[in-house]
Ligand binder design. Sequence first.
Ligand code: MEV
Length: 257
Amino acid sequence: MINSTASACGKIILSGEYAVVFGYPGIAVPSPLRVNMTFEENDRGSEIIWNGITGNDHWNTYIRKICELVGAPKGSLTIENDLPLGKGMGASTAMVVALARVFGLDRAQALAIEHQMNPGHSGIDFAVIWEEKSLLYKKGEEPEPIHLSFDLQNTTLIDTGAPNETTTELVAWVKERKEELVDALETIGTCTERIIRGEDLKRVMRDHHRAQVALGVVPKEVQSLIEEIEKKGGAAKVIGAGGRTGGGGMVLTYRAA
Ligand code: MEV
């Protein structure tokens, strides 16, 4: 009888959204917020018990599909979750990784499930969540652990609400318009290089945000919020896929020390 517990972190992308899908470099850090899962094999069916931030039917269906792919027997799954859901912090990948760990899958097996659950993904979320280290990520290359020269204590996350679109839909929409978006994608890739060179994060974040706006994945209200933050001398950007309508997910704000 399986009785097993495992957990996974979420992620914060500092630079690289969408650009990483096309082979430009990106930087992601693990989030202190996590999801913990405990599976207890029994014959009560396949119940899912949420504590903390609770998933809706969509999330229950998503979790059941992963359970199917990992070959989970009947049992109770308890999910203790601190990760905002569908808001750019990698919760969908964290669910894959946590469940893969509960059932003893290795990295390659977990990645195969990620491919099925989140088609079109670049691999950045999976890499940082699996490694739990700050990474420089480039598709098709071994992710490189990196040391960041600035203090993330100077950052805050603001919840702007969940977008109406899924990341898979948004990535497909950006891919369709790739030719017209080349400049913005290139700017985002360059932002990653500027962070690595040690350039002031505030300046880089402002340019990164403008490129995300050019991609069409920062809803109007979120643009206004970030404009206010910039007027007060800060910088901010959407982390993760953002959205076309609804909220833009979590926004990372930075105040220079
Ligand atoms: C999502 O966290 C980041 C995106 O670049 C998609 C991906 O890299 O898979 C928008």
